[in-house]
Ligand binder design. Sequence first.
Ligand SMILES: NC(=O)c1ccc[n+]([C@@H]2O[C@H](COP(=O)([O-])OP(=O)(O)OC[C@H]3O[C@@H](n4cnc5c(N)ncnc54)[C@H](OP(=O)(O)O)[C@@H]3O)[C@@H](O)[C@H]2O)c1
Length: 251
Amino acid sequence: MPRNLEGRIALVTGASRGIGRAVALALGAQGAKVVVNYVSNEAAAAEVVAAVVAAGGKAVAKRFDIADGAAVDAAVKEVAAAEGGLHILVNNAGIAVNALTLGAKDADWRRAIDVNLTGTFNCTRAALRSLMKAKEAGRIINLTSITAEAGSAGQGPYVAAKAGVIGLTKTWAREYASRGITVNAVSPGYIDTDMTAAELPEERRGDLIKSIPLGRVGRPEDVAAAVAYLAGPAAAYVTGQVLRVNGGLLM
Ligand SMILES: NC(=O)c1ccc[n+]([C@@H]2O[C@H](COP(=O)([O-])OP(=O)(O)OC[C@H]3O[C@@H](n4cnc5c(N)ncnc54)[C@H](OP(=O)(O)O)[C@@H]3O)[C@@H](O)[C@H]2O)c1
């Protein structure tokens, strides 16, 4: 594994499980010091820190709720002060909210938007000053979803939030290009994590796999490889893009 990110500080939100965990391991293996954010699962975050360290990397855990703007501001400030800066922000934390529109409650809408969209906004706004100081190394990578482009019955609030993340990605790419920050999104298809385990019953899995040209469900590591590419020097001339990692499910 090339150590392309030596000396970089990377904040990965929602890194205690699933895709965020794989991103933390991938960035750590490339030499970045990883700040492993979580909201409730302290033991899982500690396990990720230990796994990064066991692989020869550096990591610390940091609890905050991305939906809480004041908490995000304080936490990002603390991280930048403690680590001496911030170079890479991966806005990965997210929640699935399942509700058909007719039956959706105000709380379903609000929670999906608060975490998935406002959370991404909060973290980026808080990190921007530090990322500007990173000069040409500043990177923002946002996790959107295949559903933002394809729609998803029963997930309207989540889809709206993830479509908003694509708009923010392109907006931030334009706003901060002159400050040397690249901003891209990674759009996973169907990836095996706790989020999807809760949604897809085993009996529908076979049908899903048949619809994926590459013939399998994605792994967190498939997505982490795309994030690591966008975080590194090889992607210096890539900004405002949405990189789909979906086995060909949407082309
Ligand atoms: N899995 C897929 O197929 C798929 C497809 C498309 C897009 N995505 C997107 O990829 C990202 C990661 O998904 P995943 O499947 O890895 O999810 P996951 O396995 O459910 O993990 C979610 C992570 O987000 C954290 N989190 C949740 N709410 C938070 C909050 N308010 N503040 C801080 N952290 C919070 C969780 O922390 P705790 O452990 O503390 O709860 C956990 O680390 C999400 O943005 C998701 O929408 C996933």
